[in-house]
Design a protein around this ligand. Structure first.
Ligand code: BMA
Length: 818
């Protein structure tokens, strides 16, 4: 008896206008179906967002007929299994209502055998308007609970368990999507219903580890004693198996690993995965396990309190970015797209991704890839930037939701932390209602938070619950936007509060889980959503694709502090990406130079869910912004950083690996022709997890020759060379030379190589390929410094020939932007 998938083509009809009929592919969303059927224009183009708002204001019916054969009907039970149902849904099978759904994050499983008939069956799913339900729920609340005004374009989304950014965010289109985003299955059950498999790891002092699989199952035919097959295969293919009889509803299988292979975050070691397979009654659950010990160290210290993830007894420097939903139309969230983005995160030397609380508990694919790539996951529970109800109904629903999600995800080795929400503690200070009655709303907050904590601690004893991001610690309702001595912080003084980039060096965070700076997308990405007449930062299309009301002014105003004003639209786009890279580089490097005080840096944000101006380092098209290339350098396991502090310019060399390495190189002071003013050799032995000052220079010495040149460090370590730069003033005041850059594109052994050479020093040199396949390819490095007579050869990876790259190449650099 095999499981029947009801995925594929269904029929979609509007309940308000029966003439609107289209095929819909499930898993998928209503907007994608209407787009494919040419009923709506592409919401991502021009100002179409406004034109498609009506879609969220209809109720929709999804319908499919399918054949139930004798085999399926011979089962004692046939379970309909559903998840990611968005959101208010009535499920009707052959005229009988079998299920009402109202939480996008829940899992539903119902035996529908009594309603199935031999031959043709009809499954009908009605998706009701979310906006009306949200409003009705808000009206029933005992007191007003402020929603995410300023981010959401549709009110009261906080009353609904649905992705909060579906109604818009400060980088997000408002579509109010609906649909079913996961496979719809009919699972026949004859004897035993295999419900779930979870595992625990018990480490012993001799280095061995016991892996126990805890299998929950329900015997529905009492006549036979069900047998359960449990098998564990090591990364080398070594197989261990056990067969156990099911007594009661839970059974355990324990495997002792004498020499377990440990799983490590990226940059610290390998990611060996064991495969656990449990089978019974033609049902199988398979999981990939990584064996590792992990805890979060938050003990008090001289500074305040630590915030350090420790894996296999080694302190980890968490480096990464915040993750928002992959695509605003969930039907477009494909496995390939997940893989590409997460591989790009790893390629930029990240080892942690924060799944932000205004999106969704991610799909299995996401966590599987994080396990495989060594990306730790900071997992927010799905609450963000609003206050939330604490009514009994709401708490009951959430309790169920969190129970199910923790059970689903806790076996992933990548999962590092359960965090209760995004900025909800902070949000108590944002809204007039809660500001004027703080105690009431703090208690309201705590009622929900306590449920989240209790569920997490009951369901997953191996991980920490962290109430909120940001949060200064247990029951601390202080200002985690500014207190840098304990807990995690969100530092927005630069972007949202308009301070200059030096504000990043005014704090020494223990763990900065959010800080960001926006840029505009590159010209090739702009071309995908704006026609040429709209290529202007104040055009209607450009303003529609900027969701932070002051965003474009902030970017433009900041230009005036650091740069000479760019000469045209394409240079504005380019410069905005230099500026963004500089902001995040300044912060990340300074904080890394403060290790071990700082143990985590996650910038806002990795990705975009539609083409938009935003804080992302990767554009919606997949193109790397300059920031992502810089991240690859400033997140590398070894790094050299200039720090200008206390009248001294110094060079810190940082090693995050837990092994000693020799570092060698030099610091050179160049003039604007590339001639050496002075040079100093550096040589040092780096210890494990080290941070050393390897060179320093009195600032007065530099001040005497102000504006005469720039500092350049080159360090070689373990066969890798890394460089860095330092300038003694804002770029706009420096006499940057107008370098000429020569470009040679050639094919070498089937690889496309681009050699850049300059006659004078050139900074933020950024080649951009605009042509067919340009969105899927990239350079192996960019936004680099070019010194005269030191050409740099970059590889362009992608399905593009050297000829094509040559034809579509533009090389930007800072002095050519004005
Ligand atoms: C944060 C996030 C998001 C937001 C971002 C940019 O604090 O949590 O809510 O998109 O800032 O404003």
């Amino acid at each position: 008896m095999t499981m029947l998938k009801l995925d594929g083509q269904w029929q979609l009809t509007s309940l308000m206008d029966a003439s609107i009929v289209a095929p819909i592919t499930l898993p998928g969303d209503v907007h994608s179906a209407l787009l494919a059927a040419d009923i709506i224009p592409d919401p991502y183009l021009g100002c179409n967002e406004t034109k498609v708002q009506w879609v969220g204001e209809h109720d929709w019916v999804l319908e499919k007929t399918f054949i139930a054969d004798a085999d399926l009907l011979s089962a004692k039970a046939v379970d309909l299994i559903l998840s990611m149902v968005d959101t208010m849904a009535e499920i009707v099978l052959n005229g009988e209502t079998i299920l009402l759904c109202s939480n996008m994050f829940r899992h539903y499983r119902r035996d529908v055998r009594p309603y199935l008939c031999n031959g043709e069956n009809t499954l009908k799913i009605t998706l009701k308007r979310a906006d009306i339900e949200a409003k009705a729920r808000a009206e029933r609340l005992p007191f007003p609970v402020p929603w995410a005004v300023g981010n959401n374009q549709i009110p009261h989304m906080n009353t609904l368990r649905k992705t909060q950014c579906h109604s818009g965010w400060d980088w997000g289109i408002c579509l109010l999507v609906s649909g079913i985003y996961d496979s719809i299955r009919l699972q026949p059950v004859s004897e035993v219903r295999l419900q779930q498999v979870r595992s625990t790891q018990q480490w012993h002092s001799d280095g061995s580890c016991d892996v126990t699989a805890i299998i929950s199952a329900e015997q529905i035919s009492p006549d036979n004693d069900a047998q359960i097959e449990c098998c564990l295969v090591s990364p080398d293919g070594e197989r261990m198996s056990q067969s156990v009889a099911l007594t009661g509803t839970e059974v355990e299988c324990c495997f002792r690993m004498a020499q377990p292979k440990r799983w490590w975050p990226a940059g610290y070691g390998e990611q060996p995965l064991y495969t656990l397979t449990v089978t019974t009654d033609a049902q199988t659950i398979e999981k990939r396990l990584g064996l590792r010990e992990l805890y979060l160290e938050t003990g008090e210290d001289d500074v305040g309190a630590a915030m350090t993830f420790v894996v296999n007894d080694k302190a980890i420097m968490a480096k990464g970015a915040n993750w928002i939903p992959l695509d605003a139309m969930p039907g477009k969230q494909t496995p390939d797209h997940y893989r590409r983005l997460l591989e790009d995160a790893k390629a930029a030397n990240m080892n942690m991704i924060r799944v932000w609380g205004g999106g969704m508990y991610e799909r299995d694919t996401f966590y599987d890839l994080c396990d495989e790539l060594g990306l730790l996951v900071w997992q927010d529970l799905m609450f963000s930037c609003a206050l939330y109800p604490s009514t009994p109904d709401f708490l009951r629903d959430v309790e169920q939701e969190i129970t199910e999600q923790v059970r689903r995800l806790s076996d992933h080795p990548s999962l590092a932390l359960w965090c209760g929400d995004n900025e909800v503690i902070g949000a108590i200070n944002w809204y007039p209602e809660s500001r004027s009655n703080r105690e009431k709303y703090v208690v309201n907050y705590d009622r929900l938070s306590r449920v989240l904590q209790e569920v997490v601690e009951r369901e997953d004893t191996s991980r920490r619950f962290w109430a909120s991001s940001p949060c200064n610690g247990e029951l601390d309702f202080g200002d985690a936007w500014h207190d840098d001595n304990k807990g995690d912080m969100h530092f927005w003084d630069v972007w949202h509060s308009g301070k200059s980039f030096d504000a990043y060096s005014s704090i020494k965070p223990r763990f900065c889980s959010e800080f960001g700076y926006q840029s505009w997308p590159s010209l090739p990405t702009v071309k995908t959503f704006a026609s040429e007449e709209e290529w202007n930062v104040t055009s209607p299309t450009f303003e529609q694709h900027q969701k932070n009301s002051r965003g474009n002014s902030i970017i433009t105003e900041m230009f005036t502090r650091y740069f000479r004003f760019p000469s045209d639209f394409s240079q504005m786009l380019y410069l905005s990406q230099v500026q963004q890279a500089l902001a995040i580089k300044t912060a990340s490097e300074y904080w890394r130079a403060n290790k071990p005080v700082c143990r985590g840096i996650l910038y806002w944000q990795l990705n975009d869910c539609w083409p938009v101006s935003s804080w992302s380092s990767i554009e919606y098209t997949g193109r790397w912004k300059q920031l992502h290339y810089h991240a690859k350098r400033f997140f590398a396991q070894q790094l050299a950083v200039f720090v200008d502090e206390e009248n001294t310019l110094r060079l810190n060399v940082i090693n995050d690996e837990h092994r000693c390495l020799a570092a060698k190189g030099q610091v050179t002071w160049y003039d604007w022709h590339g001639e050496v003013i002075d040079t100093w050799p550096i040589e040092s032995m780096l210890g494990e997890d080290d941070n050393q000052v390897v060179w320093q220079c009195d600032r007065n010495v530099i001040n005497e020759r102000k504006h005469e040149g720039f500092f350049h460090a080159v360090v070689e370590c373990d066969g890798q060379t890394f460089t860095n730069m330092w300038f003694d003033d804002a770029y706009k005041r420096l006499p940057l030379p107008k370098a000429n850059i020569e470009t040679k594109v050639e094919e070498v052994d089937g690889r496309v190589m681009v050699t850049l050479s300059a006659d004078k020093p050139a900074f933020f040199v950024h080649p951009e390929f605009d042509g067919e396949g340009g969105d899927t390819g990239r350079f192996d490095d960019s936004s680099v410094t070019l010194l005269p007579s030191q050409p740099i050869t970059l590889e362009y990876t992608g399905n593009t020939s050297a000829e094509q790259v040559k034809a579509g190449l533009t090389v930007y650099h800072l002095a050519a932007s004005y």
